[in-house]
Design a protein around this ligand. Sequence first.
Ligand code: JCF
Length: 681
Amino acid sequence: MANVDVTTRIDELRALLHRYNYEYFVLDAPTVSDAEFDELMNELRRLEAEHPELITADSPTQRIGAEPSSAFSTIRHEIPMLSLSNVTSEQEVRDWVDRVYRLSGHQSVAFVTEPKIDGSAVSIIYRDGVLERGATRGDGVTGEDVTTNIKTVRNVPLRITPLQEEIEVPTVLEVRGEIYMRRSDFEELNRRRLDAGETPFANPRNSAAGSLRQLDPRLTAARPLRLYSYGVGYAEGNVPGTHFEQIEMLRALGFPVTDNARLCETLDEVWRECESWLEVRNDLDYEIDGVVIKVNDLNLQTELGAVSREPRWATAYKFPAIQKTTVINDIEINVGRTGSLNPVAILEPVEIGGVTVRRATLHNEDEIERLGVMIGDTVVVERAGDVIPKIIAVVEAKRDGSERPFSMPDQCPVCGAQAVRLEGEVARECVNVSCPARLREQVRHFVSRGAMDIEGFGSKLAVRFVDLGLISDFSDIYDLDWDQVGQLEGFGAKSIENLQQSIETSKQQPLSRLINALGIRHIGERNARALAHHFRTMDRLLHASREELELIPGIGSVVAEAVFDFIQEPKNRELISRLEQLGLRMDEGEQAAGRADGALSGKTVVLTGRLDRLTRTQATEYLEQAGAQVTSSVSRKTDLVIVGADPGSKADRARDLEVTIISEDELLELLQNDGIVESGQ
Ligand code: JCF
């Protein structure tokens, strides 16, 4: 090839590779296969090897491969990288906005909100469109030069390539942003680390921050890091005058920016955004720890200024902490409904998100081993939404040698029978089928709020009646010896009457609650509803075949098997027939069924991503009224997936399975046509 041709081809290859990289890592919409990409990259590498004089720092071949260094050099930020003040409640958000009104002298100020990505802050400087330097935030005034590492991050442009030719690139442009890891990438990374016998990372944030500060850039390159850019720092050249337009400029220059910045004209809008992100935070494929609120106008930002390194024109609404550290005072064994021995950590009480947490499940002995917990350890506890508190990690630095290891007992702590771990099971189980612990737990569950909901029949009473021999199976609840109950301490005529009344009322609970109450393996509230919706009556459920069970949306083969085994067991059928004779209602009724003739009736629907006009709860309610069933995961049985903003993996799976996908607006239209919501909502 003549030298001119080589130069032309190299330029062509770089442009193509740049575009494909952008499509893959910024837009999430690749147009070529990995193999095609690799082929072009190899061709470029070969040409550059033959003509080293043509290699440039911004060539796609130069992302990876720099030599390790012994330390990072320190840099000084041209403009300090400020940190954000925090507000933690609606009142504090209102106070903060009010203060902006007061200080600015304006009664109406436009704000921009955006989710606050939990990563590691960076500054990346481009001179004449070429990446010149990347640095960590450090203390905000000085940071570390991590240029070679930043260059390995796939969605960081090595050279700015505007999406349209007429867009002007500032001569100097400092892009500020956050280096983070997607949850799915993080989980994959940890799986690989575990396979390789390495210690897994605690969370995506630590993992991203650690990866960015590797002295060997090849290690950084092997981590699935991404950039999220949220603003402009220092610049020479034309830069727009509002934050919102700056984001749009960055997008037009090929940087990854959020699609979720919202312009808010009122305080109520600002707060609504904060709430809506709180609602979906656990459903996103990236971790967010709050919502950034900024004054949109840059002149007004300058006017407001900063105090002690915190701008007065921006703040972060921080979600309530869902992780805290505390001490494990003891580990107890709970014997579950199925006889499994479940270790439970007894914690030094700690408040997380407004709830005092005293216990956290340790699941089983494998989990204890994986975490390496000992009694006396300081641990990180997480309580996400209404999820049961769990122990995330041990803080080993807090150990002082007084901690005691824990081992699972080989006897049931309740009845003393042998506790064995069967082949292929994670839990140790008490071998005694009539272990009182099982019955206690079963009765406790039967009467509980999510099951038959018998008012006044709490856990304590359940345990007491079982221990006194008043209840030996569920049917005894409806056939209690009231004379004997009357002789118990604390039972007067009035309390007996109340209890009788609530037991009587519970006979009218719909089939779904009864199915849940029976305590069938793998059947909780959701699966019980799916079964009740499908069969409508207990009689039909008792006649179901394994195949029919497997075809029900939301019911997988393991669950189907458990239900089938349960209904085949003569003792269970006898119990159900006794309950029927005692007057329990054995059907679901019409009420919960929703409409039967609309476009959504009978459809199995999954919601994913962030909805703008409805809350998740509203959407679920409306869908159920329309006769649809809302399930949590996408499978071949799913008819429809409603995709909001930032949908994550469920939307990908829907596309893979070719399930129909509709937007929130389209959903609202369907609901309007069915008369479930009024138009204009
Ligand atoms: O997403 C973020 N972590 C984030 C951090 C977004 C922003 O718009 C920020 C920020 C930190 C400081 N803005 C500033 C001024």
